[in-house]
Design a protein around this ligand. Structure first.
Ligand code: ATP
Ligand code: MG
Length: 730
């Protein structure tokens, strides 16, 4: 760097002692990670016993959650600052490395510290080298546009890396890339290594709090977090322990006053935006993941809440040697001071990567000193934001455009010592075993997951009016209409057609209405996708939970409105005929729901999904054998195979057999016998296949329900497996 050395007044949010403590030993931490020797007596001097007690994270394992209220005390600031200083010199890391050296590389995730028999984890070292991400250019010229340009960096256990930069600079994209969650239209180049090795990083290997909150709007904060604790924490933990963990986590995020408030959504007001943010964080830190990504965890929070939330996350990182990467928009001075490393991006380029507290010096040495009394993070963002065409003041009195300022800084960073250090660090991280694999297998068992998901989904369906209750009301209204229009249909010759039409309406249009629950199901799917990506549970558990929880509601909808229509019309009086009718209606509704599940897995947008689902059902309805009799259907395609694929065929035939078998009608046709039997009507009028009983039709429908649900399972699992392969291939 050839910039002139200038004496710039530095912004200092807290007593200088803190900054000093942090800066000097940090060098030695880095040094140690690279394998050099370390004098442990230094650590003992810097670790007063009272701090080592106070820095216990409220949610950490093996420690009873302390009273969070005490952490909120006025001494919090200084204790945290000191504890951070102490931890910054890498005590856990050093102890860990020394112990590892003693016991040799046993290939295990954790090693035992002989002094206190505590498991000390290796942790996750995440490094990325020359990372490029491109997206298709939407312009006449075509081609691809880079949104990340050759980023190199690292994140280490026990430390928090903050990614900062103007809106649209690529913060979320970088987090998505590191977490293996990029969109399918993106292309990625460069290496991402976990503990020095290439490992896939998706589906349960890390926790990610995304920028948008996807939560079950009908549940309260306590329910959301507790259900999540039951799903994520292992069966070996008792229910009361899980409850305690959930409560402590909620309290730790300052949500104790909202614990019984519903999340709320577009129709019901519930939590505020900032509170939802904190609930999302609660869910992901319940298990204290090895690797935690947070995309704007403090948006919507006031500066005090931001500080407390961030300080808790930082304690999580330090206490349990977790690796935390957080993107943040506008940290206050105090929050900024909490970060260990800073990655400053602008238009996908690195402007600075290195210790957060040295960024100020970097800017100053390049001619952009932070004015006195201005928050340094505000200063950085103001200097590197080119969206508003405002000139940037330089320390020497001149002004340059933001684009020029960005170019100066990006160029200077490439030739800086900080950049060399990053390169050394990224190349110097040794290949280690363990880390992420530990997250697997630490969840609740399959049976627990199914049971918890069933309970949660049942409660959600109960509270969400749009899921089944509205449908029940509409079904009652519709069945009243059917019942009054076809009221007491009788046994005349004309009632044959009336019966046929009424039953066809039930089989086709009433079941068609099951589409009404699709928007609620799409919301469920969004939550499932988030939880699945974070590895909370498997696809099978979701399908089982959704299926079991919906059964009581579907039975209710089939039986009550079904009985109204059935008895008002005056169909066959015996109970077994009605039971068959209700069961068939139930099977059809389940089938339509299963079909909509498949649609939702392919077309996740609810409007497009409803249109697609309605289209598919419309086609099936057309060739179900009513609008065009089976023998009249064109043989290629419509009869074979569509007629046999359409569930309406089996529904119609089941309903018809159930109603017409055993009945007799007067024949008004000229020249025929005076009575026509139900069998003759089935065979000649409706062209029903009479070779098998009505129970086979219902069995086929239930078989189709199972098949459709397996298809959903297969599509989801296939997508999980093949998406990374496809990305790697293309
Ligand atoms: N899949 C994609 N297809 C096309 N463009 C994309 C895609 N993903 C991201 N981008 C573009 O990349 C740029 C960076 O987006 P990103 O969401 O990472 O920004 P950000 O820094 O997180 O912004 P914010 O602070 O507003 O959340 C934006 O211009 C965005 O439009
Ligand atoms: Mg973003």
């Amino acid at each position: 760097m050839d910039s002139p050395p200038i004496d710039i007044p530095r912004w200092s949010p807290s007593p200088n002692q803190t900054t000093k403590l942090i800066k000097e030993p940090m060098q030695s931490t880095h040094h140690d990670h690279l394998g050099n020797s370390f004098d442990s007596s230094d650590i003992n001097q810097l670790t007063p016993p009272k701090y080592s007690k106070l820095i216990s994270f409220p949610f950490s394992s093996g420690h009873a959650p302390p009273d969070v209220g005490s952490i909120e005390s006025s001494s919090l600031r200084s204790v945290e600052t000191k504890s951070r200083s102490v931890l910054n010199i890498g005590i856990p890391a050093v102890t860990n490395i020394r112990d590892e050296e003693k016991i040799g590389n046993k290939g295990s995730v954790g090693a035992y510290n002989n002094n206190n028999l505590e498991i000390i984890k290796t942790g996750v070292y995440l490094t990325w080298k020359d990372l490029w991400v491109t997206v298709p250019e939407i312009s006449a010229a075509g081609g691809r546009r880079p949104i990340l340009e050759g980023l190199t960096g690292y994140a280490e256990p026990g430390e928090v890396l903050a990614i900062m930069g103007p809106s649209g600079c690529g913060k979320s994209t970088l987090l998505d890339t590191l977490a293996g969650r990029l969109d399918s239209n993106t292309r990625q180049k460069g290496d991402i290594l976990i503990n020095g090795r290439k490992q896939p990083l998706a589906f349960g290997t890390s926790a990610y709090v995304t920028q948008d909150d996807t939560l079950m709007s009908t549940l309260t904060v306590n329910e959301v977090v507790y259900y999540s604790a039951q799903l994520q924490l292992p069966d070996s933990m008792s229910k009361s322990e899980k409850k305690k963990r959930a409560k402590a986590t909620i309290k730790g995020m300052g949500l104790q006053d909202a614990i019984h408030t519903r999340i709320g959504g577009w129709n019901v007001k519930g939590l505020s935006g900032g509170q939802k943010r904190r609930v999302s964080i609660c869910i992901e830190i319940l298990t204290r993941p090895e690797l935690l990504f947070l995309d704007e965890p403090t948006s919507g929070l006031d500066s005090a809440a931001s500080y407390h939330v961030m300080s808790r996350i930082i304690k999580l990182a330090q206490r349990d040697r977790r690796t935390v990467i957080v993107s943040i928009h506008q940290p206050s001075g105090e929050v900024f001071e909490l970060f260990h490393n800073l990655c400053l991006l602008s238009s996908g380029k690195t402007i600075y990567f290195g210790p957060a507290l040295e960024a100020n010096e970097f800017f100053a040495s390049n001619g952009f000193p932070c004015p006195t009394l201005r928050n340094p993070s505000d200063h950085f963002l103001r200097t590197i934001n080119k969206d508003f065409d405002v000139d940037i003041e330089q320390g020497f009195g001149g002004k340059i455009s933001a684009i020029e300022a960005i170019n100066v800084l990006a160029k200077s960073y490439k030739s800086s010592e900080a950049y060399q250090l990053v390169q050394q660090r990224v190349n110097g991280i040794p290949v280690k075993n363990g880390g992420l694999s530990e997250m697997k297998g630490s969840h609740a068992g399959f049976i627990t997951q199914c049971s918890v998901l069933t309970q949660r989904s049942f409660k959600n369906m109960y509270r969400d009016l749009g899921y089944y209750w509205l449908r029940l009301a509409i079904y009652i209204a519709l069945c009243l209409c059917v019942g009054t229009i076809f009221y007491d249909v009788g046994h005349s010759y004309g009632s044959i057609q009336a019966r046929g039409s009424m039953l066809m309406f039930v089989a086709a249009f009433l079941t068609f209405m099951a589409i009404g629950g699709f928007p609620s199901f799409v919301e469920d799917m969004k939550i499932f996708t988030r939880e699945r990506l974070n590895g909370h549970y498997g696809v099978t558990a979701f399908v089982v939970g959704n299926t079991l929880s919906s059964i009581p509601y579907l039975l209710l909808i089939s039986v009550i409105p079904g009985a109204m229509a059935y008895y008002l019309v005056g169909l066959q009086k015996s109970l077994d005929h009605f039971v068959y009718f209700a069961l068939l209606l139930f099977a059809c509704m389940m089938l339509v729901e299963s079909l909509m599940m498949i649609v939702a897995s392919i077309v996740p947008d609810f409007l497009m999904g409803i249109i697609t689902g309605a289209g598919i059902q419309g086609i099936m309805m057309l060739n179900g054998g009513f609008f065009r009799l089976p023998d009249d259907l064109p043989k290629p395609f419509w009869k074979y195979p569509m007629y046999y694929i359409a569930f309406h065929k089996y529904a119609n035939q089941g309903f018809y057999k159930n109603e017409f078998e055993g009945l007799e009608f007067p024949n008004e046709q000229v020249g025929g016998p005076s009575i026509i039997t139900g069998d003759e009507i089935l065979r000649n009028v409706w062209q029903v296949e009479m070779g098998y009983s009505k129970w086979i039709d219902i069995a086929i429908l239930f078989g189709m329900v199972i098949l459709y649900r397996f298809m959903f399972l297969g599509i989801r699992k296939g997508a999980e497996k093949f998406k990374p392969l496809m990305r790697a291939f293309f």
